[in-house]
Design a protein around this ligand. Sequence first.
Ligand SMILES: Nc1ncnc2c1ncn2[C@@H]1O[C@H](COP(=O)(O)OP(=O)(O)OP(=O)(O)O)[C@@H](O)[C@H]1O
Ligand SMILES: Nc1nc2c(ncn2[C@@H]2O[C@H](COP(=O)(O)O)[C@@H](O)[C@H]2O)c(=O)[nH]1
Length: 190
Amino acid sequence: MSKGRLIVLTGPSGVGKGTLLKSLLQRHKDDLFLSVSATTRSPRPGEVDGKNYHFVTRPQFERMVAQGEFLEWAEFAGNCYGTPRKPVEEKIRSGKWVILEIELDGARQIRRSFPSALQIFIAPPSMVELEARIRGRAQDPEAAILRRLQRAWEEIEAAGEFDIQIVNDDLERALGEIEIALFEPVAAVC
Ligand SMILES: Nc1ncnc2c1ncn2[C@@H]1O[C@H](COP(=O)(O)OP(=O)(O)OP(=O)(O)O)[C@@H](O)[C@H]1O
Ligand SMILES: Nc1nc2c(ncn2[C@@H]2O[C@H](COP(=O)(O)O)[C@@H](O)[C@H]2O)c(=O)[nH]1
């Protein structure tokens, strides 16, 4: 059986993490498992409970925190997000590679609890492009967009903490770089 592994993907809101992961999972569906987080955020149009997120109330989220149900959790732009511990630990034990798509505070918590996790940072080509992508997605209220853009500066400043930094300018190229980091790490160094 292959050895289980934890992979963290972080980057500012709107940089394209979800878009990259969708393609990555389509190409490697037998190798990779994406953790489904819990959040207190309201569902966006088209988002499905249990698939995109487990949508929970704040009291439910607080109860899950108190019961130690999260591997990590954080507050981001006014909502809480957390990685359910049990499915991730089970998958890793059964030899699967598990990806967490999480923000900076959560990535820092995972770095402490799973120092061997591979940590990848996805950066935007520019702040102008990042703002265009968040606005182009047209799924967040104006106040949430502003909070996310403000937070993006802090996240980009922390990019150097991560094992690998990938600029998501051209989607295919960025995807190729993630695949090299995951599946050909030795070749990437040579
Ligand atoms: N390389 C790219 N070039 C142009 N547009 C892109 C690229 N990657 C993603 N996008 C677009 O940017 C927008 C934001 O992408 P996405 O929702 O995947 O970001 P995210 O990082 O997952 O955001 P969040 O953290 O808020 O969930 C989407 O409209 C997507 O189509
Ligand atoms: N620390 C955690 N961050 C998470 C988790 N799930 C998602 N996220 C991050 O939150 C922001 C906002 O997400 P959105 O879906 O509201 O746009 C984004 O950076 C996600 O990566 C989690 O379990 N823990």
